[in-house]
Design a protein around this ligand. Structure first.
Ligand SMILES: [Zn+2]
Length: 163
């Protein structure tokens, strides 16, 4: 659904975490025109903070969401994009996806994560998760809670606006 420019790769990743299809260019795709053409060809909505790029895209017929340049917080960007695109909160995923690769995460047993999770953590929790694709490991700790918090916050902002 979305294609971000190079500046918004982090936003693209967070959109995927929330269950919204989005792609970002490879780090070496630095040519705006190539990115705009890709959005046009694939019928994607371009996400950018660059006014010039947004104008070029619009004149090519690409649907574009221009994110205000002072909006640097990814939570604000997420809320803004979801509202602008009119995505209802019911479309957002309840389950969090892997922040590294966007694949589903499954519950993991303690034995599976021993040696990966820091020693000190093993004693503090019994809740572990593992990415089904890249094997990235998560545990019930501050990083995990921050991910959940961001998702909950964005959802709350969207529900407030009545979408
Ligand atoms: Zn992963």
């Amino acid at each position: 659904m979305f294609l971000t420019d190079l500046m918004l790769i982090k936003l693209g990743r967070w959109l995927r975490i929330m269950g919204i299809a989005s792609e970002s260019p490879a780090p070496d795709e630095i040519d705006d025109d190539v990115i705009i053409y890709k959005a046009l060809k694939e019928g994607k909505i371009l996400l950018t903070m660059d006014k010039g790029m947004a104008q070029n895209a619009a004149s090519t017929g690409v649907k574009t969401i221009l994110i205000p340049s002072k909006m640097i917080d990814v939570e604000d960007q997420l809320t803004y994009v979801i509202k602008e695109a009119g995505i209802p909160s019911s479309k957002l995923r309840n389950k969090v996806l892997c922040t590294e690769c966007g694949s589903p995460i499954r519950d993991a047993r303690r034995e599976e994560v021993e040696g990966i999770v820091p020693e000190g953590i093993l004693g503090t929790t019994d809740r572990f998760w593992k990415c089904s694709s890249c094997s990235h490991v998560y545990w019930d700790g501050s990083h995990w809670r921050n991910i959940q918090k961001t998702v909950a916050k964005v959802k709350a902002c969207i529900s407030e606006s009545g979408a």
